[in-house]
Ligand binder design. Structure first.
Ligand code: ZN
Length: 302
């Protein structure tokens, strides 16, 4: 059985980073359901009516697909390089074989993630406009009486891009090492081992690339929202977690996740509020953190 193949009935694998890989087939079924029927699972609360859930889902999925496509395109070269490394490494030293995608790839991923990040950022300002009537050019009003500390600028997109490449490198190297060890045990060495490792790793299911793409897109979009909420802190009364679009929360709860219970959780300060993807999620939920403004009026998304 090739590395990374999913046995029938096998559920999910956990990456060294603690992230969970859902088998491609299962994940495809989940996303199909989500994109076909992005409907809320309960009535929207008043503050949720200013949030464009569908646009967020659409943007997130689109960027995720772009990122996965870029990684898929880069996989052949990366796997080839790791396979060559494995071919000249003694079996006992195989753990030293690593993958290292080039900086250009990080830059491309960063550019794609930037679209998600900007979208998230602009959406929070759009929510502010819908809730308070104040547009992007209206200076932040200090309604809450908070003082913003002068923090160094965050390079969130760069960070997410680097973490994405790191996951990509780790997973490719892990697969190549496992295959190289199996082949070496069969007495295959040198060029033959290199080409066989490449062939087998590239032929194995690569749904993990879609998972990495989703995680990256989600983190970038959330990072953009977080950046805007950080700026708007003096106008925001509270931050509310919303899992209203998550039809999968029951499955998440069954796996010990906290999304179902976390739905509607409120946080008074930006610093206390967790940012999505929420750490206690044990599934594929699409939780969001939604700001409630101090002077928020009744809003309905047009
Ligand atoms: Zn969850």
């Amino acid at each position: 059985m090739p590395p990374g193949a999913t046995k029938p009935g096998q559920t999910s694998q956990t990456l060294p980073s603690g992230r969970v890989i859902v088998p491609a087939k299962q994940r495809a079924a989940q996303s199909a359901t989500l994109s076909e029927s992005p409907a809320p699972r309960r009535e929207l609360l008043p503050h949720e009516k200013k949030h464009d859930f569908n646009a967020h889902i659409e943007r997130q999925d689109r960027t995720a697909r772009v990122v996965a496509k870029i990684l898929r395109g880069a996989a052949t070269d990366l796997v080839g390089a790791v396979a060559k490394q494995a071919a000249v490494t003694p079996i006992a030293q195989m753990h030293t074989v690593t993958a290292s995608a080039d900086h250009q790839l990080t830059a491309r991923i960063e550019k794609s993630l930037g679209v998600s990040h900007r979208f998230g950022y602009c959406q929070v300002y759009a929510e502010r406009k819908r809730a308070t009537g104040r547009g992007k050019n209206v200076p932040v009003k200090n309604l809450k009486g908070v003082t913003l500390s002068a923090k160094p600028p965050k390079h969130q997109v760069r960070f997410v891009a680097e973490a994405t490449i790191s996951d990509f490198n780790n997973e490719v190297a892990k697969r190549a090492r496992a295959r190289a060890i199996d082949l070496a045990k069969e007495g295959i060495t040198g060029d033959e081992l290199a080409s066989q490792v490449s062939k087998d790793v590239l032929a194995a299911p690569d749904g993990f690339l879609d998972v990495i793409g989703q995680e990256a897109s989600r983190a970038a979009l959330a990072g953009g929202r977080a950046a805007a909420m950080e700026e708007l802190q003096p106008e925001i009364a509270k931050y509310v977690r919303s899992e209203v679009m998550d039809r999968g929360t029951a499955a998440c709860a069954e796996a010990g996740g906290g999304c179902e219970e976390g739905d509607g959780q409120e946080f008074d300060s930006y610093d206390d509020a967790p940012q999505p993807p929420f750490e206690d999620c044990a599934g594929d939920c699409r939780g969001q953190l939604i700001p409630v403004f101090e002077d928020e009026g009744a809003v309905i998304l047009e």
